[in-house]
Design a binder for this molecule. Structure first.
Ligand code: AMP
Length: 296
């Protein structure tokens, strides 16, 4: 078993994002990209995903520099998965403008022998069938799952199969409500433990996050961000940081604080620009603040 490493499986994308103030085309995105940027700060990361022949060299260079194993990153003829999203004026809603699966449409993840042995796996946002395929091939001890409303709405029973094989679930308040019909995040999270999950983390946006297991609840506040520029990827950054800390041997309190700190940095820049370039001091200031908000 390969300890102190993290296997990350999910989407690698070319995004177009519209916010109330700006529009950017063809920027690097996808759940793996954001999760990797966060997780590589804590552990060596192994990537499972697919890119097309149009994937920019800049993106390949970034993956080469951040990941420690790219054996299961497939590159095939065709277009990389691309996604367009638009935020409403008050940031409350995000509309998906288009989803072009491209090479993702025929993606069959195949784990090499080394990757089957990585102890901790982050199943970042991706179709639940692909998440199941990873689970079936992997010998991991810990599966951490992220998902989105699309899969709850369209592939619920497949997602429920994944939930039953998962140790830790990360989701936001509205996804928790969609799955359980409880608007109260504590009730929803507690209900979700019935799938056999050991831990559930409900992200509460500007209110922070809530950690729930059979015995404990931990609440952490949110860092007061001065100006939101683009929330895209904040959930994936949260998942990557949380999973990276656990894979490195850290505990849930450290994990949830680091995850909240890095997610708060992500929303201050377009795409991944701010989270890629943030300083150690920027993160540590936020960690100090978030520690003061802990409710154990
Ligand atoms: P987040 O803001 O954390 O929900 O993540 C945004 C990222 O998710 C974007 O970079 C998109 O490329 C990616 N994404 C959007 N829709 C999907 C989907 N259906 N499957 C996988 N990844 C997606």
């Amino acid at each position: 078993m390969i300890e102190s490493s993290l296997l990350i499986a999910g989407s690698i994308a070319i995004d177009t994002i519209e916010t109330p103030e700006a529009r950017r085309e063809n920027i690097l995105g996808g759940s793996v990209t954001y999760a990797l940027i966060a997780a590589h700060r804590f552990v060596p990361c192994h990537v499972v995903g697919i890119i097309g022949s149009d994937f920019p060299q800049e993106g390949k260079d970034l993956y080469q520099s951040l990941a420690s194993n790219l054996t299961d990153l497939q590159e095939v003829e065709g277009s990389t998965f691309s996604w367009g999203g638009r935020y409403s004026d008050n940031w409350d809603e995000r509309e998906t403008l288009y989803t072009d699966l491209g090479v993702f449409g025929n993606f069959q993840p195949l784990l090499c022998e080394e990757n089957k042995d990585v102890k901790t796996v982050l199943l970042a946002n991706i179709h639940p069938e692909l998440q199941t395929s990873i689970i079936n091939q992997s010998e991991a001890d810990i599966f951490i799952l992220d998902t989105m409303n699309l899969w709850i709405d369209t592939t619920r029973s497949q997602l429920e199969d994944v939930l039953k094989k998962t140790n830790i679930l990360l989701l936001n308040e509205s996804e928790a409500e969609l799955l359980t019909n409880y608007s109260d995040p504590l009730k929803a999270g507690t209900e979700l433990l019935n799938y056999g999950l050991e831990k559930v983390i409900v992200k509460l946006g500007g209110e922070g996050a809530l950690f729930i297991n059979e015995r404990d609840q931990i609440r952490v506040g949110a860092f007061p961000v001065e100006k939101v520029v683009d929330p895209t990827g904040a959930g994936d950054v949260f998942a990557g940081a949380f999973s990276g800390i656990l894979a490195a041997g850290g505990n849930e309190v450290e994990a949830i604080i680091q995850a909240s700190a890095l997610a708060s940095i992500c929303v201050e820049g377009f795409g991944a620009e701010k989270i890629l370039n943030c300083s150690v001091e920027d993160v540590s200031d936020r960690i100090n603040y978030l520690q003061s908000t802990l409710e154990l």
